[in-house]
Design a protein around this ligand. Structure first.
Ligand SMILES: [Zn+2]
Length: 250
């Protein structure tokens, strides 16, 4: 057992302690002394927790990458060496590595997405209009992976372990339906009217954000292995619908 104190700053207070507390408990830790204080423009949450040392890096990562977390510090209590420090802006998801050129803009977008969830797609289209065309596809996909991982942790992390087909059916499909109307046909996810198509921002396939969401949702559990998500057809290239396919990676 190890005692650790986390200091997390966030823009808003509502629901924050509940969300962070859930992460703490999911990692097998006990919340000893949660405190919140107003700090500058936001709120400072101090969490003293106790739990198994082997889960500390998972706990640190989940707290630091929470969409509302703006800064993150941790310290092991009792005079031991400092716990691993993870900075949300520097912690890439496996599906897409953020380039520094856009990581900050994505980090700024994430609290907005959390606040307006599930009505996030218009915000992402607005984000795409602002971001340099050079990074547009990557930045949008990366933002999607972050939101997908967040949706997984928020709604599905306590579920049973599932294989790929069941994960697509029981996690990816309902999660994506909360964002946009879609259906599953022969194991492929079909989106009829993606808002990323035909808006003049993309020349090729345009639904990088949705692809990223699927990557985040399916790759976040970790125990499934990792999956390639491809947009096999896109309305922006003249297809009738956007079609996403899923392939396990060895
Ligand atoms: Zn598309």
């Amino acid at each position: 057992m190890i005692d650790v104190e986390f200091k997390i700053t966030a823009e808003r207070r509502e629901g924050l302690l509940v969300e962070l507390g859930r992460i703490v408990i999911n990692c097998g830790y006990t919340l000893l002394r949660p405190r919140t204080a107003t700090s500058g423009e936001g709120v400072l949450v101090t969490l003293a927790v106790r739990g198994p040392e082997r889960n500390l890096s998972a706990l640190s990562e989940q707290l630091s990458t929470h969409p509302l977390a703006q800064s993150f510090e941790s310290a092991v209590l009792g005079g031991k060496a400092s716990a691993p420090q993870v900075n949300a802006a520097q912690k890439p998801r496996p599906a897409a590595r953020p380039d520094e050129a856009y990581a900050r803009e994505v980090e700024a977008l994430l609290p907005e997405l959390a606040r307006h969830f599930p009505k996030v797609l218009p915000l992402v289209v607005g984000f795409e209009r602002e971001i340099s065309p050079e990074y547009l596809d990557e930045a949008s996909r990366y933002a999607g992976t972050r939101l997908g991982a967040w949706m997984f942790k928020r709604d599905y992390s306590l579920g049973a372990r599932l294989n790929l087909a069941d994960s697509v059916k029981q996690i990816a499909l309902p999660a994506m339906r909360s964002l946009r109307s879609c259906e599953l046909v022969d194991g492929k996810l079909i989106v009829k009217d993606s808002p990323f198509c035909g808006n003049g921002l993309h020349h090729g396939k345009s639904c990088h954000f949705l692809r990223g969401c699927l990557e985040g949702l399916l790759n976040e559990p970790g125990h499934l292995g990792s999956f390639d998500v491809e947009e096999a057809a896109c309305r922006n290239l003249g297809a009738a619908r956007c079609i996403f396919t899923f392939t396990p990676v060895d």
